[in-house]
Design a protein around this ligand. Structure first.
Ligand SMILES: *[C@@H]1O[C@H](CO)[C@@H](O)[C@H](O)[C@H]1NC(C)=O
Ligand SMILES: *[C@@H]1O[C@H](CO)[C@@H](O)[C@H](O)[C@H]1NC(C)=O
Ligand SMILES: *[C@@H]1O[C@H](CO)[C@@H](O)[C@H](O)[C@H]1NC(C)=O
Ligand SMILES: *[C@@H]1O[C@H](CO)[C@@H](O)[C@H](O)[C@H]1NC(C)=O
Ligand SMILES: *[C@@H]1O[C@H](CO)[C@@H](O)[C@H](O)[C@H]1NC(C)=O
Ligand SMILES: *[C@@H]1O[C@H](CO)[C@@H](O)[C@H](O)[C@H]1NC(C)=O
Ligand SMILES: *[C@@H]1O[C@H](CO)[C@@H](O)[C@H](O)[C@H]1NC(C)=O
Length: 464
């Protein structure tokens, strides 16, 4: 117990190599003594993006039993005591996320953002058709998403999302490229935004080999061009939307997050864009410090530090709002249409990145196995409320705003896809981390996000 290995899912290294690098931390004995913490606690503090771990411990806090059939990730809870779990809980944390903030929505009727065909409610049904691309036909699949090549059995590919009220059309690369002719598209967010971006590039590359396609998953800024339709799609990396600077403390992978300062690295790219897909959230699941007007106001996962502790959903509401307001106030962004892609869950069982958590399911979960009381579902609700708010339900909107902000709700569909992650099936020579139960195989269920996007674009472009 003198040293431990931490898997920094997002440790801070330079030159874009931070992702997936193995971060070794010596756990000095003073820490162990002064904090008196278990290994599990340390893992929590230095946070991997282990949502289900969080969820697990949250269950321990709330004493709530998982619903019948829920993956038995709860086995870990026996090792976590109340004192050890540094987790959001209503009585521990100053959380304005529900009380004060949502009262700012006079009209809480969320049916207003559901399209006539609600493509977001449905189920996964078996499908025999092959995905439209494979590791052989798309040269841009990052090695850490090439699940087939690394031995994952292909059953997870033969499922299709069936919305209750309509059919989701298959992705048609030529049709998509036609709709977006001459346009520029950007994905803004973290490695899951990159996952979405990679899926789109692979799908479209079946129609035309693009310029500057790049399978290197460590590249954070990419600009891929499809000449025949003069379509450009960009990946613009941001962990927090707002400014987030790694702490200098060498022992930590914490960040100083300035809730009131937008990160202009991405907003400066907005002028001239036609479409934007923003997403994010997983980087908040670590010990981070929060600032307002350059003053430290509190932190996340930091109990024992004599600071106000905020919950992840609260902080996500703050930064999503800041991001949407920054988009709304962007100059020369008149034609920009923004999609907010909703939060997705990981499916670690019996642990997380760092301690042997795995995801070896071979079929989607069914709806009864999904936890709608978990934080992911709450984050989705918050994102939805923020999209509604920016559309103008705060009373200052206009008709144009209704068109400019859209909702890409993949949360529930992806909560079911415990079988769609790389898990242990990736190139272990190139990447060293535990099982990946957060990102999605390519091809895989993430391709469905682009089918939803296409259907939305068909409608959006017909409005122009
Ligand atoms: C919560 O909101 C109230 C009212 O806006 C404010 O007075 C209070 O300081 C907020 N608390 C935190 C922790 O942000
Ligand atoms: C919400 O929207 C539905 C459908 O448009 C409508 O029937 C209902 O009256 C609305 N509720 C409120 C509180 O506005
Ligand atoms: C697109 O718009 C049409 C007409 O308004 C509507 O019937 C259809 O359900 C919409 N589809 C989606 C996916 O928004
Ligand atoms: C590609 O995927 C197939 C399964 O679809 C697998 O058998 C093969 O080994 C993979 N090849 C490469 C080069 O990735
Ligand atoms: C390609 O699209 C860009 C806008 O994204 C436009 O400025 C440019 O003129 C277009 N080029 C051609 C050859 O149509
Ligand atoms: C906690 O912070 C408050 C206000 O900054 C300070 O007065 C108090 O002494 C601190 N307590 C500890 C144990 O550091
Ligand atoms: C998944 O892995 C666990 C632990 O290694 C094993 O007990 C279980 O049988 C596996 N399930 C499947 C479906 O392979």
């Amino acid at each position: 117990m003198a040293s431990a290995v931490f898997l920094g899912y997002a440790p801070r290294f330079q030159n874009g190599t931070e992702l997936f690098l193995l971060l070794r931390k010596k756990v000095t004995s003073f820490l162990l003594l002064s904090l008196g913490l278990s290994t599990i606690f340390l893992l929590l503090i230095w946070g991997t993006s282990s949502d289900s771990f969080i969820f697990t411990a949250k269950q321990a806090l709330s004493h709530s039993a998982p619903p019948p059939g829920y993956p038995k990730i709860a086995d870990l809870t026996s090792q976590i005591t109340y004192d050890e779990a540094v987790l959001p809980s209503t009585n521990l944390i100053a959380d304005n996320s529900t009380a004060t903030v949502s009262s700012q929505f006079p009209n809480k009727n969320s049916s207003s953002i559901i399209d006539p065909c609600d493509m977001y409610t449905g189920k996964w049904v078996r499908e025999t058709r092959e995905p439209i691309y494979s590791n052989l036909t798309c040269p841009f699949i990052p090695e850490n998403k090439k699940c087939q090549k690394h031995g994952k059995s292909p059953g997870y590919l033969y499922w299709r999302w069936k919305p209750d009220g309509c059919d989701l059309p298959w992705f048609e690369p030529d049709r998509f490229l036609n709709i977006v002719r001459g346009k520029t598209f950007a994905f803004v967010g973290d490695s899951l935004a990159r996952n979405h971006f990679d899926s789109l590039v692979c799908l479209l590359s079946q129609a035309e080999v693009p310029i500057n396609g790049d399978p290197n998953p460590f590249r954070k800024f990419l600009k891929v061009h499809f000449p025949s339709s003069n379509f450009t799609v960009m990946m613009i990396w941001t962990e927090f939307y707002v400014l987030g600077m790694p702490r200098s403390n060498a022992l930590s992978t914490s960040f100083d997050i300035h809730l009131d300062k937008i990160n202009t690295a991405w907003t400066s790219q907005l002028p001239g864009l036609d479409y934007l897909v923003i997403s994010g959230g997983h980087w908040f699941y670590r010990k981070n410090y929060l600032y307002e007007s350059d003053k430290l106001i509190g932190c996340i996962f930091c109990r024992g530090e004599n600071l106000t502790e905020y919950s992840v959903p609260y902080v996500i509401r703050r930064v999503v709002r800041k991001a949407l307001e920054s988009i709304q106030s962007c100059q020369n962004c008149d034609k920009l249409i923004t999609f907010l892609r909703s939060h997705t869950t990981s499916h670690f069982e019996k642990g997380s990145w760092s301690n042997g958590g795995y995801c070896n399911r071979t079929e989607p979960l069914n709806e009864r196995e999904i936890d709608f009381d978990g934080q992911e579902w709450e984050i989705r609700r918050i994102q939805m409320e923020e999209i509604e708010r920016i559309k103008g339900f705060d009373g200052v909107g206009d008709a144009n705003r209704m068109k400019r902000y859209k909702w890409l709700d993949v949360t529930k569909a992806m909560m079911m896809r415990a079988d769609g992650h790389p898990g242990k099936y990736y190139n272990k020579e190139l990447f060293r981390f535990g099982n990946d139960c957060l990102h999605w195989c390519l091809p895989g269920p993430v391709d469905m996000w682009n089918e939803m996007l296409m259907l939305n674009l068909i409608n959006t472009s017909s409005l122009d």
